[in-house]
Design a protein around this ligand. Structure first.
Ligand code: CA
Length: 228
């Protein structure tokens, strides 16, 4: 998933880039409205995080110009909390807004909601809490527990687990996993999926009695409870 962050304040932009990259997104940053509008018009982003107060073209003007050609989800950041401004932002074509200062987890949760909404895959994709046997996962809070113990997963391991959960009981091929989790065209030379599966398995299954993640030879991987 590729995000564009339009934020003129260097510190805030660096913080957003770092945090969102750690969440597993590809992040590009524009430091003013003119660059932001240009990048958003030329490239395909899955979502744009747009600061309202920008030099040159402000966020609202950028949004108005962008909306003539692009339907990309836009989350506006604003230091102004007044109702009027929120209404103007939403009428101007923003999909959601967040008032500064905000908690980073809140930003991530809202980005996830917008991305899910945009993906069109409504029902299952909008589920954010999963329970399989003694495994419990909350994808908004990015929390995975098994038998009451928190699993310490990397962002990619978590994304992989979330994908397997959303498609519970269905075998996912390596290609499909690579495309969905790494957002890349699968190169058969790479073993990135196998490595990630191995790491996930070491945390998800090895310490526990019953495995949930299964290999289907020649096909891929499936997450399911195969309790007798
Ligand atoms: Ca600003």
């Amino acid at each position: 998933m590729k995000l564009l962050v339009v934020e003129d304040e260097a510190k805030a932009a660096a913080y957003l880039r770092k945090g969102l990259t750690e969440e597993g997104y590809q992040v590009e940053v524009a430091h003013n409205g003119v660059d932001g509008l240009h990048m958003a018009s030329v490239h395909d982003y899955d979502l744009i995080v747009l600061d309202w107060m920008l030099p040159g073209i402000d966020g609202l003007a950028l949004l108005a110009a962008l909306r003539q050609t692009r339907a990309v989800p836009v989350l506006m950041l604003t230091a102004r909390g007044q109702i009027d401004d929120r209404v103007r932002g939403l009428q101007g074509g923003a999909d959601d807004y967040l008032v500064k200062p905000f908690a980073f987890s809140e930003l991530v949760a809202r980005i996830q909601v917008l991305l899910r909404r945009a993906s069109g895959a409504r029902t299952v994709a909008e589920t954010t809490q999963f329970k399989v046997a003694d495994l419990e996962v909350d994808t908004v809070r990015r929390k995975a527990m098994r038998a009451g113990q928190r699993l310490d997963l990397s962002p990619k391991e978590f994304s992989l687990l979330a994908l397997l959960l959303r498609r519970q009981g269905h075998v996912l091929s390596r290609t499909e996993i690579a495309e969905q989790v790494w957002d890349m065209n699968f190169d058969s030379e790479t073993n990135v999926v196998e490595v990630a599966i191995r790491r996930l398995r070491a945390k998800l299954d090895q310490p526990f009695e019953r495995p949930l993640l299964h290999t289907v030879r020649g096909m891929g991987y499936v997450l399911e409870d195969r309790a007798p």
